[in-house]
Design a binder for this molecule. Sequence first.
Ligand code: SF4
Length: 435
Amino acid sequence: MAGPSLWLTTLGCAKNQVDSEKVTAMLSEAGYTWADSPENADVVMVNTCAFIEEARAESVEAILELQDRKRADARSVVLGCMAQRFGSDVESALPEIDSVLGLDRYGELVGVLDRLTNWEPVNLTRRPVMDILHATGRPVSDFPYAYLKVAEGCNKPCTFCAIPSIRGKQRSRRPTEIRAELEGLVTAGVGEVILVAQDLAAYGRDIGAPGGLPDLLAFLSDVPGVRWLRLLYLHPREITDRLLEVMTSSPLVTPYFDLSLQHASGSLLRAMKRPGNGEKHLNLVSRIRSMSPGAAMRSSFIVGFPGESDSQVEELADFLVEARLDWAGFFPFSPEPGTPAAVMDNQIPRDIAMERLRHLSDIQDELTAKANAEWVGRKGLVLIDQVEEGVPVGRTYRHAPEIDGVVRTDSGVPGEWLEVEFTAAFGHDMEAVVA
Ligand code: SF4
């Protein structure tokens, strides 16, 4: 007999997305089924995000929306970072929720669902539930790409960030385990795999893998069927010559550098407990370009950090113009409870931070549009992700999924790799025809 049906809404980052996929695989193996809508589910679940205030508001909204949509007799469960960070607050604020399970209690999830649904599986041998970080089972991806989490947690002291208090210290996975999951993804038809972790380039330090990420990339480089290995979240302090050599010489690793630089002002970066300054960042950018002339670069930046002056904003603006990054993401500073930066003097009013953010985004939008326009008339390889309103939509090595622009082509089906000629660029997006 099929088990009770579940619904899972996932919020937040790629790492949370991987957690949801692993929870899905774990619960399917435990005999549960999946409803096609919250209205048809016996249990509705939300995998929440708690990184910053906006993310928490979005999580509460998603929880309340499912409460409205679910059947009166259906049960509800809250998972993820908000459950981990504010578990008891969530329970007292939302007493109608049946269970709130933080990340380190996922091992109890099957038992909790059995109790909530009064379900006793018959003729079903269940394997002991393992820490989902180490689980390799994943449902088949809807897209020709998938994220692969190689480690959990972070040991860095960034003064604005609550992630170490939510996800704990860094725990790297064994290379053989990562390889097994990669092989599983490829067998399931995935051609591009994106390696993620909170502090990806620090991979392996905690498990005595001195060669770290470069060795892991070398170890994964002969897995048949992978076409692109992409890396996200590279802390500038961890970008070594060896990592750059492997990234720029491997035929598998996309020359795509996701640099979390955060600002260009040396004094602000020191207050963030982050390395570098504008000059050092420019040296890193030109070092990458000298090793890989076609390299694509993206970075995230925090705007409105306590004490930030107009001249420091202009310092960042000047850096953007000189660095000519392909993409950038700007985030308003969020005073996260429990972080050192939340209690620093000279907090910047929100409206000023947003004004600065718009100013910097406008500058970057022009640079991104220019970088895309330089590809018009050239040829390149595109992976088709999906078809939107009859138009095939894909990406090149320069485009990470869900955060960068896209390429619309004149033909192609999801999962297809196409040699194209780029015919037009519109801001973040491009058009191309099959060559
Ligand atoms: S490296 Fe990233 S996840 Fe780690 S503390 Fe810094 S910002 Fe947070």
